[in-house]
Design a protein around this ligand. Sequence first.
Ligand code: PAF
Length: 277
Amino acid sequence: MEIVSSLLDLRTARLSLDGTVGLVPTMGYLHEGHLSLVERAKAENRRVLVSIFVNPSQFGPSEDLSKYPRDLERDLSLLRPLGVDLVWTPTAEIMYPPGYQTWVEVEALSKGLEGAMRPGHFRGVGTVVAKLFNATQPDKAYFGQKDAQQVAVIRRMATDLNFPLEVIVCPTHREADGLAMSSRNVYLNVDERRAAVVLFRALSAAKELHEAGERDAERLRARMKETLAGEPLAQAQYVSCADYDSLEELDTVTGKALLSLAVYFGKTRLIDNFVLG
Ligand code: PAF
């Protein structure tokens, strides 16, 4: 497994990768969810490239950039046994050279849900992922369904900018109790960790209602809110039942829909989602 940081070293190493290349973009502090993306990339490509970069431009001014968990040695030791060919760990100076002023914005898809709560977040994601695609030239790139809006934004961006690659979306990896794996789960104390399963329970309750025939989106949202209200440590930020493609809030569920929510446990903000239909 080769580990490079500079753009020149990346280019040299990338040129030496023969056959199809699968890219797994990450911000490090890898968990089982990331590793499952790497395994999928390994199964579908001759070569696998993992990027590790905590992207400053997708964090808001009051967000957790400085305390975002980092442990490169641990990440590398998790990647080695998986047969990863190349790891790229660019610095912020490489990704955002002095005087930086070029941004990629996916307009409508970035507005609601996470985008409404985290202004500028998807501009940062769209920009960095475009730069990662450009620098690494993958055939396929792998993302987790857990970040449903991110996936929608990246798909749109890849199509709109004519990137010749396939965006592959992999199922959310969950702990035994249903909590979606996230690097941010390490911030939860014991009580918050126990309480955090309420996201999965709220989504499951709304899904059950949908399976029982309920198509009124407001009732599905209400079911999620009721479930969250039963957990004193959970502070819901938003609860949504939106069209899967446009991410616009629905009145009635007719086709594929996205149930999603964002919930605070103390200072830790968690998100999760289920796809209906
Ligand atoms: O999902 C993430 O970890 C990040 O948003 C990504 C896609 C690596 C871009 O920084």
